[in-house]
Design a protein around this ligand. Structure first.
Ligand SMILES: Nc1nc2c(c(=O)[nH]1)N[C@H]1C(S)=C(S)[C@@H](COP(=O)(O)OP(=O)(O)OC[C@H]3O[C@@H](n4cnc5c(=O)[nH]c(N)nc54)[C@H](O)[C@@H]3O)O[C@H]1N2
Ligand SMILES: Nc1nc2c(c(=O)[nH]1)N[C@H]1C(S)=C(S)[C@@H](COP(=O)(O)OP(=O)(O)OC[C@H]3O[C@@H](n4cnc5c(=O)[nH]c(N)nc54)[C@H](O)[C@@H]3O)O[C@H]1N2
Ligand SMILES: [Mo]
Length: 637
């Protein structure tokens, strides 16, 4: 956009820095899929802090999570450095003993002084009666992340390539298609001894050995395919971008041999235990001391029992799920083994008085439509973690004396004797008095209780690259960084790996970005098998300007070759006026856009894998690949 329009946007947005106004930022991949994506995200937090848009209803920085159930998966430590509930997964380097974990992770002040209660209650759930004070609640049995291997996404394929990883579970994911530099990922997979794919359909990953550039006769990898049940064929909870946990009911039985994922996992685990018992194996305590008591009356794993384990309960030796006392708040978790809770942030989400086996009675099944606050909070609809709090940092919706900044948007307010509340307060609003009953805590200046200093941070010391965001160019960029002399982040990940094969702007002068279209979903395995969707979006395209098309002699609908050092794909030209050449640092620069939903697998519509082109470099904080900007060249095929 032109500078004048940009100034106008800034001016309008900055006007929300007023007591009676509020501005929200919603973001997704345009911000994150860069090797400085985490700092992009942080810069939005800084803008919102400075404008006073944090903690207000209708404010904040809102991540729009993509896949269902990304939010739930992240809560449950899908990211390899996390332990469930955003605690740290123990590493060899910093956490060789429980004492070291507790000393390194527990804060001196703020809410995270409670971490020992959360972590030890989780260990109690993992190891049950075997977890005792004397054996550090089984801490030594937890696998620790080694110092020399990095299990984040991009490097996983490098470890396959180097032989450090011999077996791989691809569970509800299609990395032979969706990761960056997929050609390299597929070659790395060909070095695996075994690969397990659990999916609805036979994906590119399940058939990586059949890719057009592969020689099946040379590949020794044993591939196991586990047919997984559809979402309609199983029960369980799902968590949305706003942290609302909601229950999904089973509508019908799985098709043919398909099983719910939790049943596949359960069968794996029970078989591993059986093999350990009959044949022995490495580190037997780590396997044989696990509690794993989630079976229902039919002898199969019951997700409702798992839900109670996640919710947390008072520990009693010998008790079963039918007589365990569920907890309603993590405030009551203990660090002495008297409580068990798989993930503290969900405590209370399933607690449902006496109707444990009736999902309609759970907090997550609640469908009350009232919103007495008039602020759109709807506290009775599902359950938002933590403790059904809808707006994080809501202390910041009132000034230091506790007066709501905007009387029309009163989330919490101190009335002189107590806190009036339209949401669950995100601060210590009451504390136990001398006689044990709760006494209201008068206002203070502590609004961010998840930090030890309990104040927001303009300067961060937890970001790996810098305390403040800085502008960098993408790894492959058509121009120089004129804002500072450093072209890329000094902390860019994986850029030196030989598979990356950086392209120069002389060879590849055209910038490309990638995006999704409505009619297709990610790797297309869920949508390219649907005839109506294939009909409405039958093929992959590269979107380009009229000017570039003219320069290259390309007409709308022509087949075009797009290539760089990593890959070479053929797609259809889509010539639009929406994409225009840009003047960048005084130089006329072309940009093209590509969708990325095709591959060789599937019956109705197949095509080249666009991610063969994307660079496998990443952000030092989140490790996300740089899918949103790199270099290619384009010609008529
Ligand atoms: N139909 C359908 N829906 C989907 C998906 C799907 O595949 N199909 N995928 C789901 C998933 S998993 C996700 S994560 C979400 C993704 O949702 P979005 O993030 O909305 O997805 P993209 O289509 O990748 O769009 C990113 C946008 O960012 C812009 N962009 C690129 N670089 C930059 C930059 O540097 N700065 C800024 N400000 N913008 C930039 C691009 O032009 C593009 O318009 O969608 C989800 N919804
Ligand atoms: N170039 C480029 N690449 C990108 C992106 C981009 O914007 N540009 N976006 C990135 C993003 S944001 C994402 S999230 C990834 C997505 O990458 P992937 O997750 O690899 O892609 P999906 O096609 O969504 O794969 C999900 C798979 O799970 C299966 N599935 C669905 N439900 C279930 C279930 O209940 N159980 C099991 N076992 N399987 C199930 C589906 O059939 C499908 O094969 O792609 C990334 N890749
Ligand atoms: Mo995503």
């Amino acid at each position: 956009m032109d500078a004048e329009t940009l100034e106008k946007v800034y001016e309008i947005y900055a006007s929300t820095g007023a007591k009676d106004k509020v501005g929200a930022i919603l973001y997704a991949l345009g911000q994150t899929q860069h090797h400085y994506g985490a700092q992009n995200t942080r810069s939005m937090c800084l803008v919102q802090l400075l404008l006073g848009n944090i903690g207000m209803p209708g404010g904040s920085v809102n991540a729009l999570r993509g896949e269902p159930n990304v939010q739930g998966a992240t809560d449950f430590a899908l990211l390899c450095y996390d332990f469930p509930g955003y605690l740290k997964w123990p590493t060899v380097a910093s956490h060789s003993t429980l004492r070291k974990w507790l000393e390194a992770e527990t804060y001196s002040d703020g809410f995270y002084t409670n971490k020992p209660k959360f972590f030890i209650s989780a260990l109690k759930e993992w190891y049950g009666e075997k977890a005792t004070f004397e054996n550090d609640f089984g801490y030594d049995w937890l696998p620790k992340i080694p110092a020399d291997l990095d299990f984040t996404h991009i490097s996983t394929f490098q470890h396959m390539d180097s032989g450090d990883i011999e077996g791989y579970f691809a569970w509800g994911m299609n990395p032979a298609h969706s990761t960056a530099n997929t050609k390299f990922a597929r070659q790395a997979m060909a070095k695996l001894k075994w690969l397990v794919v659990a999916d609805w359909v036979e994906t590119e990953t399940a058939t990586f050995w059949k890719a057009p550039d592969m020689k099946p006769e040379d590949i020794q990898t044993e591939v196991y395919y586990m047919p997984a049940a559809l979402i309609y064929e199983k029960m369980g909870s799902i968590t949305n971008s706003g942290r609302w946990i909601q229950w999904r009911y089973k509508a019908l039985d799985p098709y043919q041999d398909a099983l719910p994922d939790y049943e596949i996992v359960d069968r794996f685990w029970k078989e591993i235990v059986r093999l350990y018992k009959t044949e022995g194996g490495k580190c037997p305590e780590a396997i044989l001391n696990v509690k794993w008591d989630y079976d229902g009356d039919d002898g199969k794993v019951d997700p409702r029992n798992v839900s109670m384990a996640i919710n947390g309960y008072t520990w009693k030796d010998g008790a079963t799920w039918k007589d365990r006392q569920l907890m309603t708040s993590f405030a009551n978790l203990a660090a002495d083994g008297s409580t068990a809770c798989a993930m503290w942030i969900y405590t209370g989400y399933y607690a449902n008085n006496d109707a444990k086996y009736d999902p309609s009675m759970q907090a997550v099944g609640s469908r009350v439509r009232d919103d007495k606050s008039g602020l759109g909070i709807y506290p009775g609809w599902g359950h938002a973690w933590p403790l059904n709090r809808r707006i994080l940092y809501n202390r910041a919706a009132a000034d230091s004396k506790g007066k709501a900044w905007d009387p029309e948007r009163k989330v919490v307010e101190w009335n002189g004797t107590e806190w009036e509340r339209n949401d669950v307060p995100d601060f210590g609003f009451q504390a136990a008095g001398p006689d044990g009953t709760n006494v209201p805590t008068p206002p203070n200046n502590k609004a961010f209780m998840m930090l030890w200093e309990q104040n927001a941070r303009l300067l961060s010391y937890s970001m790996k690259d810098a305390p403040l965001p800085e502008h960098y160019e993408p790894f492959e960029s058509p121009t120089d960084n004129v804002l500072n002399k450093r072209q890329n982040s000094p902390c860019i990940m994986f850029a030196d790996h030989p598979s990356v094969k950086k392209g120069s702007r002389d060879d590849y002068p055209i910038a490309v970005t990638t995006y999704s279209v409505v009619e297709q979903w990610q790797s297309g395995s869920q949508t390219r098998g649907c005839p109506a969707l294939v009909e409405s979006r039958p093929e992959q395209f590269v979107e380009m300007s009229v000017e570039l098309a003219e320069e290259k002699g390309i007409k709308n609908g022509d087949i075009v070759r797009v290539w760089n050092n990593r890959g070479d794909v053929k797609v259809t030209a889509f010539v639009t006026k929406r994409i225009r050449p840009l003047e960048v640092n005084g130089q006329m620069t072309h940009i093209v856009g590509m969708i990325h939903h095709w591959g060789w697998a599937g019956d109705y519509s197949t095509g080249d894998v666009v991610n063969d082109l994307a660079p496998n470099v990443g952000d030092p904080n989140s490790y996300i690949p740089e899918y949103k900007a790199f270099l290619v060249n384009v010609e008529k095929a």
